[in-house]
Design a protein around this ligand. Structure first.
Ligand code: SF4
Length: 320
């Protein structure tokens, strides 16, 4: 029932994927490549998504003022102390990492891809920021570095238009569908970000997002707990009592529901998300991540619940 290559976990973790693909433990180094985002520079809005911190959701980037090569060096030195592996994914995390001139993007991606210990790059972006020259660049890099992986992470968060408007996402679902189509046809793996616990979303609505994603060819998913961070508009709404954050128990139930309904071939890249403690307002239980994971794994062991348990193959997959 649970494949051996999941390495004993009841879900297909990124760790298991990397151990099989790269024959070793792989760490991610979060980068800030000095880009911005159309939701912040005024192209679409100045305010950003309602939950986004001033760091552009890249608050863990190492020394953001440095070059990509230098940030990678710092990151490798930090992880080097762990002595459990020396392979890395360069994670272009902060802001929108395809929102720049293709020449500049090529330079920063190659700074990472050229390094022998970097086994791949993961590029966080928006589906409305993938013009043809950028898609062609990614395709060309994949041909030039066939032994490395190039993942594109799309911040979808939800399929529901009412929520998308509330969080000021700034594009509609057809834009996402077109981006996945363009990435799929260039064989560029897609990772989708989904936030659990967005205001006014019910568990049924979240499940609809998961079952919708099952209809695509998606390499990975990040299931992220909604964090309320300081100096965001979401923090004001929270202070005014307009919504509640999820309790630890509610989140665990919701997460397991999502896993049970998720395609078993989708790699789970994240199960909680990190809210930097200096700016995290709620939920504070999320600071105890290890404790949460221990409880999650214990519960999954005891109940026998696993990824894909309730997954149904649908006839109406996108793009045939
Ligand atoms: S698209 Fe990303 S970087 Fe831009 S405002 Fe939204 S969360 Fe922040």
């Amino acid at each position: 029932m649970i494949p051996d290559f999941w390495l004993g976990r009841p879900y297909y973790s990124l760790d298991a994927y990397c151990k099989k693909r790269f024959q070793g433990k792989v760490y991610k180094i979060a980068l800030d490549a000095g880009l911005t985002c159309p939701n912040r520079d005024g192209t679409l809005d100045h305010r950003g998504c309602i939950f986004c911190s001033s760091g552009g959701s890249g608050d863990f980037a190492v020394k953001p003022m440095d070059s990509v090569a230098s940030q990678l060096q710092t990151g490798q030195a930090m992880f080097g102390k762990k002595k459990t592996g020396n392979l890395f994914i360069a994670y272009f995390q902060a802001y929108t990492n395809t929102y720049g001139k293709p020449e500049y993007l090529e330079q920063i991606y190659e700074e990472a891809l050229k390094q022998p210990q970097i086994v791949g790059i993961s590029i966080a972006t928006r589906p409305d920021c993938l013009p043809t020259p950028v898609l062609e660049l990614l395709s060309s890099l994949q041909s030039r570095y066939p032994e490395k992986e190039i993942w594109v992470e799309l911040g979808l968060q939800t399929i529901h238009e009412s929520t998308a408007r509330y969080i000021r996402r700034g594009y509609d679902l057809s834009v996402f569908e077109n981006a996945v189509y363009e990435l799929n046809r260039r064989h560029l793996p897609v990772v989708v970000h989904v936030i659990l616990g967005l205001p006014y979303e019910t568990p049924e609505m979240i499940l609809e997002t998961i079952t919708y994603l099952n209809r695509f060819s998606i390499f990975g998913i990040k299931l992220q707990l909604l964090h309320v961070l300081k100096n965001t508009d979401l923090a004001e709404e929270y202070a005014e009592g307009k919504f509640q954050v999820l309790t630890r128990e509610e989140y665990m139930d919701l997460l397991i529901l999502c896993l049970q309904n998720l395609s078993p071939t989708t790699v789970v890249h994240r199960l909680t998300g990190d809210g930097p403690k200096e700016i995290l307002i709620a939920p504070l239980w999320s600071l105890y991540k290890r404790d949460f994971f221990n409880s999650l794994h214990k519960r999954l062991r005891e109940t026998g619940e696993y990824q894909g348990q309730n997954y149904k193959i649908t006839e109406d997959s996108f793009f045939g």
